[in-house]
Design a protein around this ligand. Sequence first.
Ligand code: GLA
Length: 502
Amino acid sequence: MTKCVLGVLAGVLLTSQAWGADLTGDWVFQAAPSFPRFTKMVIRQDAGGLHGTITSEWYGDLPMLDLKATGEGPAGERLVFHIDNGNPKLKPLDLTLAPDESGIRLTGQVWYEKQDATAHRATAAEMAALDFPTYPLPAPAHVPSNGLARTPPMGWSSWNKFAEAIDDKTVREIADALVRSGLRDAGYVYVNIDDGWQGERGPDGVLHPNAKFPDMKALADYVHARGLKLGIYSSPGPKSCAGYAGSYGHVEQDARTWAEWGIDYLKYDLCSGEGFYHTADTVQAVYQQMGAALNATGRPIVYSLCEYGRFDVGAWGRDVGGNLWRTTGDIEDSYASMATIGFDKNGVPRHTGPGGWNDPDMLEVGNGGMTTEEYRTHISLWAMMAAPLLMGNDARSMPRDTLALLGNAEVIAIDQDPLGRQGLPVRKQDGTEVWTRPLADGSVAVGLFNRTDKPMAMTADWPALGLGDHPSVRDLWAHRGVAPGAAHTVPAHGVVLLRATR
Ligand code: GLA
């Protein structure tokens, strides 16, 4: 009797295994969606059950997690699985494989991209042609400082306004506008091309710009001739965040290419690298590798780490040669996004200082999603934090109030103060925050921030701030001295920024 039940059970198991087994083998995809561009797949069944690996142009070889057979029988056989690219924020979604007249069909979704692709059974040669290379990472080593960024880098970056719609002509016009508007002379000297400049690699592996950037060296010359510096962007992964070629397998070669062009600044964005490097050690190693490669070129290149603040990057950013490191994911042009980052996700203050800075992301000032008061809070907060000031707007056509926000020399002086200490909130009450930042000349910058949506009366408690009863106080937005006892009406989402001297 028991034997009989066991026999039936075994039969059921065998049947279900059999229809899973029908889909085992080596598969090559015909044309899969561009993200994450699956290329091939190996499915096996052994004593341990079903297992497999699916290869993606973005993330390399990914284990097929929780791979199992489902469905109603041989006609409805299906395999389901999911993948994980190492991004802690993105939930893996289920993918389904089912028999199809061409072999097998994959459906489902990988984050924002719907998947629907067919694959055919492949020969060993077809599979080998799609092998994804892996590269050794360097052993931990200290990358000597490049001596740059003694104060937080200032300039402009293409991403927030132009995203991929950036080209040589626009970059030249921005350079001209920085000169014309006086913003270069106010300190905004880096003109940074973000994602979207990359073209194809030549047979020698050298990465060329795409058609929108016909001659990078000529562009660098143009920018340099105007007293400005040129920045560029890449990823340690095979793909940049927008899907262009990354530096995977070409780290030293790309660093040399940029140095030859005359590049002065690199933003190195983890992007598809998160599929390969998702432990503290590997992320650190891959950033160290580029830091060393930049130094080896002999050209001074500011090195910006963009790995979204993972693994306490401020604690090791300098060790890998970094001059700044992002503390968060991407800023958006809204008060909610800016305030969350600026007040609450601005990095560990003790890691900031001359040569290496917490980077709460580029400015949105002038992009239209916030009020003037909110943008004033944005730039004031960034100045209090000693954050890099990278304008993210269309600098060619700037209304006067945007120029006044970005070009306020007294606020820039706070940001660029040579002591390089990050300001901190010293009092939080009813949606208001008082921040202080000690400055090199012994004075103190004080920010009275109102996070509520109603005007609030705020005063500074000078004795409690260590400035005695009667400091000399200057309002950096009103550009005038104010009585130390003055009560300030701080607008909704606004700020009063003061500089006080004992
Ligand atoms: C990531 C970065 C952004 C920007 C884009 C470009 O999202 O965090 O700052 O560089 O990539 O694709």
